[in-house]
Write a protein that binds this ligand. Structure first.
Ligand SMILES: *Cc1c(COP(=O)(O)O)cnc(C)c1O
Length: 338
């Protein structure tokens, strides 16, 4: 292959919400418990903003763009317990912006105004409004209507797509790939495979672009939380292609690099599975690490399932990217108790 320009992500305006790299650690007890490959974790549950998680990295680029455009209000969309909505609101608070949220009731009848978790946090951080819409609503149109309302009041809104998953947001995870590979070099560890939750696809797509740009040579295995495999792989590939072009490396990600396993979705998005409950309880007891019921719990269930299937060999080193989400645990107390 000919000469390739590296990514230079410092060309893109960025706010900083985490003043240090997140820890990269070996999970000694989980590794021993499973008796298979060495398992490491990238602690993106320890990112900045209010109980940070993967959305914090995306928001560093998205909010910088909102500020450059003179926005006074961030507008976004997510499920009622969305980490993305919570962190967008936290970023707005920190930047002195207002925030309006569209909440999509993805599981009909599931919205409980008295539920713990985000309802409390939205109030504490001073959300300007929340609008509840049914599954299948045109979310872009719902956000556009809010931008129109704001414009009529002489204000300027900035719409962030669900999960912050557009090429600009995905840069956050191209940056995470760089950060992780630098740490891996410092710590003298090389990864044979990397496992991550795959939802609105920005995290998965951004990591793919970053790993490909670095020629890391470690396959990335996405674990779906919502969609069938083929559909999700199509979404991830499309966003990875756009993101690669955006950083000046068109074509760097090929379709064969995209894997999004769907065996751990269970009955549907955000609905508990026995494998998720096992994974959440296991990581809490063995490592003092809190996963979440919707994303990282199912992704870890996938990693554990793959180890048990013999997909990884003893002597291999597997990295789990912990995308955060623990505040949602409190809305799932009954499902998680033994
Ligand atoms: C949003 C989210 C994910 C999935 O990331 P995407 O970029 O939407 O695919 C994983 N884990 C947590 C905790 C999340 O909030």
């Amino acid at each position: 292959m000919g000469y390739r320009r590296p990514m230079q992500l410092s060309r893109f305006p960025r706010r900083r919400y985490t003043p240090h790299p997140t820890p990269l650690e070996r999970l000694d007890n989980l590794t021993r418990h499973l008796g298979g490959p060495d398992i490491w974790i990238k602690r993106d549950d320890l990112l900045g903003l209010a109980a940070g998680g993967n959305k914090t990295r995306k928001l560093e680029f998205l909010v910088a763009d909102a500020l450059a455009q003179g926005a006074d209000t961030l507008v976004t969309v997510g499920a009622p317990q969305s980490n993305h909505c919570r962190l967008t609101l936290a970023a707005a608070a920190k930047e002195g912006l207002k925030c309006r949220l569209v909440l999509e009731e993805r599981v009909p009848g599931s919205y409980r105004p008295d539920a713990s978790g985000n309802n409390l946090l939205f109030d504490l951080m001073g959300v300007e409004s929340t609008t509840l819409v049914k599954a299948g609503t045109d979310l872009a149109a719902a956000m556009a209507a809010i931008l129109d309302d704001l414009a009529r009041a002489g204000r300027r809104g900035y719409a962030i797509p669900g999960g912050g998953s557009n090429p600009l947001g995905a840069l956050g995870y191209a940056a995470c790939a760089q950060e992780t590979m630098t740490q891996a070099f410092d710590q003298g560890v090389a990864f044979d495979s990397i496992v991550v939750a795959s939802g609105s696809a920005g995290t998965h797509a951004g990591l793919l672009v970053g790993l490909a740009a670095l020629n890391a040579g470690a396959p990335l295995i996405g674990v779906n939380v919502r969609r069938p495999r083929a559909e999700q792989e199509g979404n991830v590939f499309a966003l990875a292609e756009q993101t690669a072009a955006f950083v000046g490396l068109p074509g760097i990600v090929t379709r064969e690099m995209v894997t999004a396993r769907d065996e751990w979705v269970g009955p549907g998005y955000s609905l508990p599975t026995p494998e998720m409950v096992e994974a959440v309880r296991l990581l809490a007891r063995l490592e003092g690490v809190l996963l979440d019921p919707v994303y990282s719990g199912k992704a870890m269930a996938g990693l554990i399932g793959l180890v048990r299937q013999g997909a990884f060999k003893r002597g291999e080193t597997i990295l789990f990217v912990h995308t955060g989400g623990a505040p949602a645990l409190y809305a799932y107390q009954r499902d998680l108790q033994a």
